[in-house]
Design a protein around this ligand. Structure first.
Ligand code: P6P
Length: 337
């Protein structure tokens, strides 16, 4: 059994990989780790205290906010504010960017985009939920950072990660040099390195999509689903269908076992449902760093132009060979039109 290594120890150890780093990113990642432990405490006992159910408000997306959504959002913003390394937070729960312009944060050089509690509609039924975060360096050099500092392509991310509050609580992140996973040890209150150098299998045998919307899918998606269901021993088909309805749970499974997750355009969501800035870009950075692939069915997610804070995109993400196969069906369908 290798010696225990905490998230804090790992971050400091890896800091030496960036000789010019002055420790701001390390402190920022530690601030996120602290907030994750606080949120984890409430998520794990939500059923015991009055933290289940809806808060009676709606977010910018028009989705009813769960009490834990708001709690998680407040905790991450508070941790980032007190840490002083972040100047702007862009959150799924806030219509506008949140300026952390305290005296220390005004000169901070990092921007954090966050989905504080993704999949929160699953909380009341005890299904895994998670936090997704994405970190950029501000581009502006004078005055206060602005929305333009947030609307950067996913390629510009300096770090991204997710926390999954599941059978165990894990924090998985990348700073562009591979992906590492840490499991929370409640007995010492520390995230400990449990999944070093995570690599997503190049192929897999699980496809993950909400087939309830089948009739509204583009033809290429319908054709790919049928491909997944055809009997073919040589390619281990038919694949299994797994859909949790919590993106982080579906993607974490793909990270470990291989697989593809698809949220395409539908009649109800012509631009896709999932948000580019604080869901698709961070998860795509992580999956690519683990050797996987992430596109909108044609174009690499990380290369998509970012025009607005809550912009949506279709997403095909997971094991490289599976995403490439799905793209083939999308291309054939485009040619037939
Ligand atoms: P649907 C959760 O609300 C979420 O944003 C993702 O975590 C999840 O993958 C998706 O929406 C589920 O959407 O339309 O299948 O219920």
């Amino acid at each position: 059994m290798p010696p225990l290594k905490t998230l804090g120890q790992f971050i400091i150890e890896k800091q030496s990989d960036h000789p010019y780093a002055k420790g701001e990113l390390s402190r920022l990642l530690r601030d996120i780790g602290i907030a994750a432990k606080i949120v984890n405490r409430e998520v794990n006992k939500a059923g015991l205290v009055d933290m289940l159910g809806q808060a009676g408000s709606t977010n910018i997306q028009g989705e009813s906010q769960q009490k834990l959504d708001i709690y998680a959002n407040e905790q991450f913003i508070a941790a980032l504010k007190s840490g002083g390394e972040c100047c702007i937070v862009a959150s799924e729960e806030n219509e506008e960017i949140v300026m952390l312009d305290t005296d220390v944060s005004l000169d901070a050089k990092y921007i954090v985009a966050i989905d504080p509690l993704d999949g929160s509609s699953n909380i009341d039924v005890n299904v895994s939920v998670g936090t997704i975060f994405s970190i950029y360096r501000r581009q502006s050099t004078v005055g206060r950072a602005t929305l333009d500092d947030v609307l950067q392509k996913g390629l510009n991310q300096v770090a991204a990660g997710y926390i999954i509050y599941g059978t165990s609580t894990m924090l998985v992140y990348t700073t562009g040099r591979g992906v590492n996973g840490f499991t929370l040890d409640p007995s010492i209150g520390e995230f400990c390195l449990s999944h070093p150098n995570m690599q997503i299998p190049k192929t897999g045998f699980v496809y993950s999509i909400n087939e309830g919307y089948y009739v509204h899918f583009p033809q290429g998606v319908k054709s790919y689903i049928k491909y997944c269901q055809v009997e073919d021993d040589a390619t281990h088909r038919p694949y299994s269908s797994r859909y949790v309805g919590s993106m982080i749970a579906d993607l974490h499974r793909s990270m470990i076992k291989g697989g593809i997750f698809i949220y395409p355009v539908t009649a109800a969501t012509p631009g896709g449902k999932l948000r580019l800035v604080y869901e698709c870009n961070p998860m795509s950075f992580i999956i690519e760093q683990a050797g996987g692939r992430a596109t909108n069915g044609k174009t690499r997610i990380l290369e998509l132009e970012v025009n607005s804070l809550h912009q949506r995109t279709p997403i095909f993400i997971g094991s490289e060979q599976m995403v490439l196969k799905a793209e083939e069906f999308m291309a054939e369908s485009d040619e037939d039109q």
